[in-house]
Design a protein around this ligand. Structure first.
Ligand SMILES: [Zn+2]
Ligand SMILES: [Zn+2]
Length: 306
């Protein structure tokens, strides 16, 4: 029998006022990445690192792929960590704004989601090829190696190649000089509509979470509109605590979640050992008046749970 990766026996629904006390004993990280998207660590290393840092409930949420899930789930079992299979989808809102939706507790065997992820992998590869050609035409040849990596191809990989070749001093400037709109290596891509992506996640038994809402640089009014559209599409949770937020911003997001009756999630968006190294208490806890997303867990289908 395959190891149970689920969260059986971790049902906080009926504990009423004990919820917060129990939550304080566990350390959640529900948003992380590995080499299968644009992170630095293999899945087993990520889990080992998270375990050493005191994480007790971990979700792996690579961009547009679940290729690392099985390895992470096995490692989580070895380390005694509860594991949530997840994915982070790039989506389009209002016809032109790119935002990220994390799916927690998705069933990677779901046919519709599998097909969607395969289509996204192809679309990313096609964009990658076009970027390589565009850079070559601009006199920066040799980026083909980026297309041969086993995981998904993202702009980050092209940026890292540019840095490694000395065309830019760091990733940020590689983006600015070569990869953003108007730059020689820019290739537009059409991500799925937010409603379509939410349907994929819910169709696969998962909980859609609007990721890192502060990072889209939207005005208060626009962010309100985005959250309203997300809720109308079937979204269920907002990432209230993520790396780099101060208490004021966390409070603002907590109020936003409450206004829209959304659950609240916690995730480091871990990519690299530095500068966002996971450590116990490395993320603030959710404000006490939030409804934690893990209250929903009994309703989430978990890989390996039976
Ligand atoms: Zn993201
Ligand atoms: Zn992420």
């Amino acid at each position: 029998m395959e190891a149970r990766h689920g969260i059986v026996g971790c049902d906080y629904r009926d504990h009423g006022g004990l919820v917060n006390r129990k939550v304080a004993k566990l350390y959640y990280d529900l948003h992380t990445h590995t080499v299968w998207s644009d992170g630095d660590l293999e899945p087993a290393s990520l889990v080992a690192d998270a375990s050493a840092a005191g994480v007790r409930v971990l979700a792996l949420t690579d961009h547009d792929t679940m290729a690392g899930i099985d390895e992470a789930a096995r490692a989580a079992h070895v380390h005694g960590i509860q594991f949530i299979p997840g994915v982070e989808l790039s989506v389009t809102w209002a016809g032109g704004v790119t935002v990220h939706v994390v799916g927690l507790g998705v069933d990677g065997a779901n046919a519709q989601l599998r097909q969607a992820l395969e289509n996204l992998r192809e679309a990313r590869l096609k964009r990658g090829r076009a970027m390589v050609e565009a850079l070559s035409a601009a006199g920066l040849g040799g980026a083909q190696s980026v297309l041969e990596r086993p995981g998904i191809v993202s702009r980050v990989h092209v940026a890292d190649w540019l840095v490694a070749c000395g065309h830019a001093p760091d990733r940020a400037r590689a983006f600015k000089r070569f990869l953003v709109r108007g730059a020689p290596g820019h290739v537009a891509v059409q991500w799925p509509d937010i409603g379509v992506a939410v349907d994929w996640i819910r169709g696969a038994g998962g909980c859609p979470v609007l990721a890192h809402p502060s990072r889209y640089r939207l005005s208060g009014g626009r962010l309100e509109q985005l959250v309203r559209a997300f809720v109308e599409a079937g979204g269920l949770a907002l990432e209230v605590v993520t790396a780099g937020l101060d208490a004021g911003e966390i409070g603002r997001l907590a109020r936003l979640a409450r206004r829209h009756a959304l659950h609240a999630s916690v995730g480091s968006d871990f990519h690299k050992a530095l500068p966002w190294r996971l450590r116990p208490g490395g993320l603030p806890e959710l404000p006490g008046d939030c409804r934690p997303v893990w209250e929903r867990w009994p309703a989430i289908r978990l890989q390996g749970a039976d």
